[in-house]
Design a protein. Structure first.
Length: 568
């Protein structure tokens, strides 16, 4: 819960302003109670000469009450908007700064649920209720002080029952905390399930499992509603206790006030003032009991969010990399996804500036893992990776990815235009976008489309073929004039001629360090690489030029000729 208070007090001036406006609203309301008592006494005592002044005061007070309520709503809406937006964007920033391994530990539906469902619960049960409790306390305190000047006996009675009213429902608060957390988990589950089901729409239709999927979703939806129902029942019990004590207090005040009026100790108007003030005490007692428990109920949700906020790779970054000048060095690099099998084992490599490297080997040998580590997708490896003698882990992300880009086999596309998917929303001219499209071999595609580079690609590029998406991804990397370009099977969806032309174009760039993971062992391409790195079972077993590896007649030789035979 401490974490949430940091956000509550982020905008201190607005927070204090809200307390002030709440106090003004409460004072205006109490003033209205006194006004009602004065009006009754004026008519009871026949003071008709005071009718006009009290009318003017009444109208003035009504205007003041309207203005204070309006001002309070204005301040509150502004505070909630800024605080919730800051909380949500801060959580999103922490999530997006996770490394790939940490991010993939949870279903992305969980993150979506936190950003929307959990924050909505925090807004409703915590942020809004804090001010309701503060408002109740101000109203309770001011009314109690005024009542004390009228009758200390009434104040004593209210105090005793008010304390009892807080003690008993507090016993239910722990159960409410647990149940609210269960509700949050069920919202996470249904968000994740819904996301997965929509993502797998083609599989669902292709295998005719719609009925089963409907059942899966129905169960998740039922869990959500069942959890919400349990929360509602507990909240109703708490409200029941608070209502019982508040009604007891209200009746007690009526009896004591009525007795004082019967004994002529107070006037009828004063009795009405007492009754009105008691509503400002009974109401806060009733609502504060319920609201305090609701505030406590989000503690486990807050702890979950706090865990996300504490995870950040920013603490490791303290080194600038203005430019790539020398080499990437990999020394004794080992990595494992699970404890029972190493994906990489004591890898030693040097990638020199402006040279071209091909990484080959059978599926599962560790090729993609190696380049993911070069891109700093994972940090929990043994050994070291350095760029120009700077530890990869310590280089600022902005500098690292300014100098290094990677194109993967599965390309993600934003639901936007081709242009925005290439320049990634940066300030780059259309002229440079078109020039880059030509280099990436997608000029023909652009020319065929009615809106050219402004044509929309659809959700994750569903209006494009796999090959078109990969060429756009290559243009995405080339447009930033990156110094180091890594391709992970990026030409797999292209036909041989297009793949050959594109790869040849990249190999011809003198000012580019190129690292390519490939399964296409084409001699006319491979002979242009400065070094071919051959991997097997997480190890580097051979490396050298194409001619050297063929003459060696080792593992690469076998791979090359097996593939050559298969292609015949």
């Amino acid at each position: 819960m401490k974490m949430l208070w940091k956000y509550v007090l982020k905008y201190k001036l607005q927070f204090i302003s809200r307390i002030i406006t709440i106090s003004l609203v409460t004072l205006a309301s109490i003033a209205f109670d006194f006004l009602m008592g004065f009006i009754v006494d004026i008519f009871a005592n026949g003071h008709t000469d005071k009718f006009l002044p009290i009318t003017i005061i009444s109208i003035s007070l009504i205007v003041i009450m309207f203005l204070t309520e309006y001002l309070d709503g204005l301040v509150m809406s502004n505070y909630i908007k800024n605080t919730v937006n800051y909380l949500r964007t801060d959580i999103f920033s922490k999530i997006i700064n996770k490394d790939i391994k940490d991010f993939s530990l949870d279903n992305s539906g969980k993150y979506i649920s936190i950003l929307y469902n959990d924050i909505k619960l925090i807004e409703d049960s915590f942020l809004n209720n804090i001010f309701h409790v503060i408002s109740s306390l101000i109203s309770f305190t001011l009314s109690l002080i005024v009542l004390f000047t009228i009758s200390p006996a009434i104040v004593l009675f209210i105090t005793v029952f008010g304390i009892l009213g807080f003690i008993i429902p507090t016993a239910l608060s722990k159960k409410l905390v647990v149940q609210k957390n269960e509700y949050s988990k069920s919202l996470e589950e249904i968000t994740s399930v819904t996301k997965d089901l929509f993502s797998g729409f083609e599989v669902i239709k292709g295998f005719n499992i719609s009925n089963k999927i409907n059942s899966v979703f129905k169960n998740s939806s039922n869990n959500v509603e069942s959890s919400k129902r349990k929360c509602s029942i507990l909240e109703s019990i708490v409200k029941g206790f608070s209502l019982s004590f508040s009604v007891t207090i209200y009746l007690g005040v009526l009896l004591v006030g009525g007795y004082l009026m019967y004994n002529k100790d107070i006037s009828i108007g004063t009795a009405i003032i007492i009754i009105q003030l008691s509503t400002h005490i009974v109401g806060p007692v009733k609502t504060s009991i319920s609201l305090t428990n609701q505030i406590k109920s989000v503690s486990l949700i807050a702890n979950k969010i706090e865990t996300i906020l504490e995870v950040s790779s920013d603490d490791l970054e303290d080194t600038n990399l203005v430019d790539f000048d020398e080499a990437i060095k990999v020394e004794n690099l080992s990595f494992e996804y699970t404890s029972d099998r190493k994906a990489l084992d004591k890898i030693n490599l040097i990638f020199e500036k402006n040279k071209k490297y091909a990484i080959v080997g059978e599926s599962g040998c560790g090729k993609s893992t190696l380049i993911k580590l070069l891109m700093r997708y994972y940090n929990d490896y043994e050994g070291s990776i350095s760029i120009d003698d700077n530890n990869l882990k310590s280089i600022y992300s902005s500098d690292l990815y300014k100098n290094m880009s990677m194109i993967q086999q599965n390309v993600f596309m934003f639901d936007d235009s081709i242009k925005e998917n290439i320049k990634l929303f940066s300030n780059i001219s259309d002229e440079k976008v078109l020039k880059t499209c030509k280099r990436a071999g997608i000029s023909n595609l652009i020319d065929r489309l009615p809106q050219g580079i402004n044509s929309l690609v659809g959700e994750n590029g569903n209006k494009l073929s796999g090959g078109e998406k990969q060429r756009i991804a290559i243009a995405r990397a080339l447009i930033n004039d990156t110094k180091i370009l890594i391709l992970d099977e990026s030409t797999s969806a292209l036909d041989n001629e297009t793949a050959y032309n594109l790869e040849s174009s990249l190999l011809s760039l003198d000012d580019l360090t190129l690292i390519v993971v490939t399964h296409k062992l084409i001699k006319n391409i491979l002979i242009n690489y400065d070094e071919i790195i051959v991997m097997k079972d997480g190890l580097i077993i051979e490396k050298g030029s194409f001619d050297y590896l063929i003459e060696l007649k080792g593992y690469f030789y076998s791979l090359y000729y097996i593939q050559s035979d298969d292609s015949k």
